[in-house]
Design a protein around this ligand. Structure first.
Ligand SMILES: [Zn+2]
Length: 164
């Protein structure tokens, strides 16, 4: 039996807490806000969930393995670079991204006004067309810490296909 498959599916999840005095970046897009997300990189949880979905599809370790938190090289890093890194790792195994889908959970900010710009940025980093990038959002209906607006979380799934 071989590990090589025509298609491979992966899922990713990430969450970051809000913090005063940080830039708010989601899906590679900076959103005007009086607070951003706490983290070692730019804390873009949508990018992190997508990168983990790609790495997971390839059965590779998660983004912490490739971009260790605490590494000076990843401090305030543009997380689109982490997405590009995941695509590169999958490519080394002979896979490319088919499409991705994602859900952002946030009481704020509103995602819809930025979704088109996020799709642009993510599609570029993923090396696919914008029509292969799904971004959906929910407020969590006031339930729990996410519902109270304490942070932002994201889920993503990715499908990879074997290069011809
Ligand atoms: Zn993260």
């Amino acid at each position: 039996m071989t590990d090589k498959l025509p298609f491979r599916i992966g899922q990713g999840y990430d969450i970051h807490r809000f913090s005063k005095g940080r830039r708010l970046v989601l899906g590679g897009v900076e959103i005007p806000s009086d607070r951003g997300l706490e983290g070692h990189s730019d804390a873009d949880c949508l990018c992190h969930a997508i990168a983990d979905a790609i790495l997971g599809a390839a059965a590779l370790p998660d983004i912490g393995h490739y971009f260790p938190p605490g590494d000076p090289a990843t401090k305030d890093m543009d997380s689109l670079e982490i997405v590009r890194g995941a695509v590169r790792e999958a490519a080394k195994l002979g896979y490319e991204v088919g499409n991705i889908d994602s859900t952002v959970i946030a009481r704020e900010p509103k995602i819809a006004p930025y979704a088109a710009a996020m799709k642009e940025k993510l599609a570029q980093a993923l090396g696919v067309t914008t029509g292969r990038v799904g971004i959906k959002a929910t407020t969590n209906e006031g339930i729990g810490g996410l519902g109270r607006g304490e942070g932002v979380a994201a889920f993503a799934v990715a499908i990879l296909f074997a290069r011809k």
